[in-house]
Design a protein around this ligand. Structure first.
Ligand code: GLN
Length: 454
């Protein structure tokens, strides 16, 4: 813990932390020492972690990357972080993220963008998003691991951009209680770690059935680490042909081939499969996620949390809502609220929201059919590129940024687990990741396949 705190002090340039809690960290580390001495050493005992600023940590500023939550210190603890503390983990601080987890570059964060520790030229690169602070901090050795959340790729994409491992578990595996909501039917927490084994251990500590979240599963949590045998002989790996996009960069295609070869060398069988509706995943996601967000973000009204605008003489309650929300939400969040409200509005609900829900059901069915046909895991690139430069996408058309999520959003729509593992570097020397998608509730099996790619 002390060495992490020291490293954090020397790494201000990365702008990864939204709040630092060194005193809390040292107290928790002492408590962990005592637990170790007494022989009661749970899996995460004494492990110093960073926590994405989307998780409520009691008494610690929790801003979700937004000015509208300025000054908010929760009175309660998220179930995931409570589970980690119960398992002995140590809290180093909160990590930067895109505002309300909307973004793929950490550039919508109210605390300014976090910076990718990977440097190959003068250009500062994004660590990806929305869990960009988490990825930067793990990659730069400022913490041993971090929590992330993944609604459409926010664990896997930043993991790929920074050369670390990140798993989004099956929807319902981790409780969403105390995690600031973006799109509730898609949001899932997961670990961002240095390797697959750490991911298995930390995921185990994070998940539990939680009566406070009605979508949290009662299915027992198996021993994920015990599943890491490295033996994948006879397993069938699906290669979805629809993921081979026109104009896919050569080095991404080569990376994918390389992953297939690694799995084949370990005794798995590579099978061509079709997921015919995956080409509609991105548009369906960018209807469903903003729709849910527009509803979830209605609670920020200047009354219950954080920021309230200064009102003029004669201003009424509607003025307070409007001014508070105009000041508190950044442009990307406002855009999503507008899109979400539009697609849910009476005249357009059937044309957009209902249509997207139908597409979602078809996407889910594609995966179910592949697994029913005996596929054990699906291999695809995590991202269509390596980490782009700060400013490169943000200043362009917002849709350009959305396109970066083309490979990640699909499995969120289907509720499936997915892991990104670093598999090599691009021509410039920046990390690239491959993604494995697994059967629901079989995160251990999935991580075992990922082990082979390490
Ligand atoms: N980049 C995607 C979005 O902006 C995914 C974000 C996430 O997974 N939280 O919605």
């Amino acid at each position: 813990t002390e060495s992490c705190l020291k490293a954090i002090e020397g790494a201000d340039a990365l702008n990864a932390w939204s709040a630092k809690t060194p005193e809390m960290a040292l107290d928790m580390a002492k408590a962990a020492d005592a637990r170790l001495k007494s022989g009661d050493a749970p899996a995460m005992c004494g492990i110093p972690l960073g926590i994405k600023d989307l998780f409520a940590v009691k008494g610690v500023p929790t801003q979700a990357g937004s000015n509208i939550l300025k000054g908010f210190k929760p009175e309660y603890e998220s179930t995931v972080t409570q589970n980690l503390w119960d398992a002995g983990a140590v809290m180093l601080g909160k990590l930067s993220m895109d505002e309300f987890a909307m973004g793929s570059s950490n550039e919508t964060a109210c605390y300014g963008p976090a910076i990718n520790p990977w440097k190959v030229d003068d250009k500062a690169r994004t660590p990806g998003g929305s869990s960009g602070g988490s990825a930067a901090a793990v990659a730069a050795d400022l913490c041993l691991a971090a929590t992330g959340t993944d609604t459409g790729g926010s664990i896997r994409q930043p993991a790929a951009f920074t050369g670390i491992t990140g798993i989004k578990p099956t929807y319902g595996r981790c409780s969403r209680w105390g995690v600031v909501a973006y799109a509730s039917s898609l949001d899932q927490a997961g670990p961002m770690t240095k390797d697959v084994r750490d991911a298995a251990i930390m995921l185990q500590a994070m998940c539990s059935h939680d009566p406070k979240d009605s979508t949290s599963t009662e299915i027992a949590v198996p021993d994920f680490e015990a599943a890491l045998t490295g033996d994948i002989r006879g397993k069938k790996i699906g290669i979805p042909r629809e993921y081979r996009l026109d104009g896919m960069p050569e080095e991404i295609a080569a990376l994918w081939d390389n992953g297939m070869a690694m799995l084949r060398d370990a005794g798995a069988e590579i099978v061509d499969i079709s997921l015919p509706h995956s080409k509609y995943a991105l548009p369906a996601y960018y209807v469903i996620a903003p729709a849910e967000a527009s509803s979830n973000l209605a609670r920020y009204d200047g009354v219950r949390y954080g920021h309230r605008a200064t009102l003029g003489k004669g201003d009424g309650i509607d003025d307070m809502y409007a001014k508070t929300r105009a000041e508190g939400f950044g442009p990307e969040v406002q855009r999503r609220i507008m899109i979400g409200t539009y697609v849910l509005s009476a005249g357009f609900y059937d044309a957009y929201y209902n249509r997207a829900r139908k597409v979602r059901a078809l996407i889910k069915r594609d995966f179910e059919q592949a697994f029913a046909a005996g596929i054990d895991a699906i291999l695809a690139p995590t991202t269509p590129s390596s980490a782009f430069a700060i400013g490169e996408m943000k200043d362009a058309d917002p849709v350009k940024m959305y396109l970066n999520d083309v490979f990640t959003v699909t499995l969120n729509l289907a509720g499936l687990p997915g892991v990104s593992v670093p598999v090599g570097l691009d021509k410039q020397g920046l990390p690239l990741g491959l993604q494995l998608i697994g059967r629901p509730w079989e995160e251990g099996e999935l991580l075992n396949h990922a082990l082979v790619l390490e």
